[in-house]
Design a protein around this ligand. Structure first.
Ligand SMILES: *Cc1c(COP(=O)(O)O)cnc(C)c1O
Length: 360
């Protein structure tokens, strides 16, 4: 067996220790005599896994009792519709900040449910920066303000939040648990698991309890946040194995020293990679340096015609999935929590070597 460094944006690399533990428990989970995949979601065994996942996530993110943790399905893309469907009931509009591909998709879906007030957009700047929060167009009577603090495709990340009385709803799919955040500043956080938490199939939702009152009975039952909360994420069969894997990742994260410790590693990894890009005329990253993503690092080669060779040779060197998103081209290295510093160093070493051989 040989494992490579996997820079895929999602589904992304998982910690090897987690995969090994899952492997060791695959046929017989804790003496149950069956795999987690084969047990009833209503069994006491699975209920203990679900409870463990919630408790660990609460500790890792310091989530207070004011919030409900839900495990939803359908990917973050389903939440793009589910959120306005639940949270705009009784309101005439919702504010959206447009900072890239994922916020744009969220806006497109929200328009099917409500009047979208564009709070600000950096589209004119090719999404290479973040709109000035001081000039945002906010409707005080809106249901919420939606934003995407890490644009996975563009490689744009911002840590600050706008100053507003509106509940902030944030798509943290590609940045959850990578840095410390103050959950109490959010009305709702959601994140598809397959970037930084676990396998595809489950979406983590952290919803302030008062917002659950907005969910109307007219919603499809499985879409209703209040019903989901009342049934502990089990209106119907939840993605049990994905939740189990998420719990193992949370356990691994606790063993790493928690979010504060992993954040320091993420800073070191991103700094090293951006320094390598900036220190060369051969590579470039277009993002406003104040808003460069720690998780997704896009870069271009000065000579575009070398891209295919770069991808071919990097793959042969054990560095997998470095191609940029089809909509932006170039390269992209996703360096989530599970990517060790050694993987980033291996990439930097390859980039230097490649430049040495193909650069002018
Ligand atoms: C990947 C991603 C999504 C979409 O996730 P799906 O699970 O494929 O629906 C949405 N938002 C962000 C920020 C993402 O990175």
């Amino acid at each position: 067996m040989s494992r490579v460094y996997n820079f895929c944006s999602g589904p992304a690399a998982l910690p090897e220790a987690v995969l090994e533990k899952a492997q060791s428990e695959l046929l017989d989970w804790h003496g149950a005599g069956v795999s987690v995949m084969e047990m009833s979601h209503r069994s006491s065994e699975f209920k203990s896994i679900l409870a463990s996942a919630k408790a660990r996530l609460s500790r890792l993110m310091n989530i207070s009792d004011d919030y409900e943790i839900l495990f939803a399905q359908g990917g973050a893309s389903t939440l793009f519709a589910q959120i306005p469907a639940n949270l705009t009931h009784g309101f005439n509009s919702a504010c959206y900040l447009d900072t890239g591909a994922w916020s744009s998709k969220a806006i497109k879906e929200a328009k099917k449910y409500t009047n979208v007030v564009l709070a600000g957009s950096s589209k004119e700047q090719s999404y290479h920066t973040v709109p000035d929060f001081a000039t945002l167009n906010l409707d005080d009577s809106a249901a919420y303000l939606h934003l995407c603090p890490n644009e996975t495709i563009g490689g744009l990340e911002f840590a600050d939040l706008p100053d507003t009385s509106l509940p902030i709803v944030a798509d943290l799919s590609s940045t959850i648990l990578s840095r410390q955040i103050d959950v109490s500043r959010y009305g709702m956080i959601y994140a598809g698991a397959q970037k930084n938490v676990g396998p595809a199939g489950v979406v983590i939702c952290i919803v302030r309890k008062d917002l659950l009152a907005r969910s109307s009975d007219t919603l499809p039952t499985v879409w209703n946040f209040a019903t989901l909360a009342a049934n502990d994420s089990m209106i119907n069969t939840p993605p049990t194995f994905a939740i189990y894997l998420a719990d193992l990742v949370f356990e691994w994260l606790e063993a790493q020293g928690g979010v504060a410790a992993i954040e320091q590693q993420n800073i070191a990894k991103a700094n090293a990679l951006y320094a390598a890009i900036d220190g060369s005329d051969f590579y470039a990253n277009p993002i406003d340096p104040r808003y460069r993503s720690r998780m997704n690092v896009p870069f271009t080669l000065a000579d575009e015609s070398l891209e295919a060779t770069f991808l071919e040779e990097s793959k042969a060197a054990g560095l997998r999935t470095l191609e940029g998103h089809r909509s932006v081209g170039g390269m992209r290295a996703s360096i989530y929590n599970a990517m060790p510093m050694e993987g980033v160093q291996a990439l930097i070493g390859f980039m230097r070597d490649f430049e040495g051989r193909y650069g002018k």
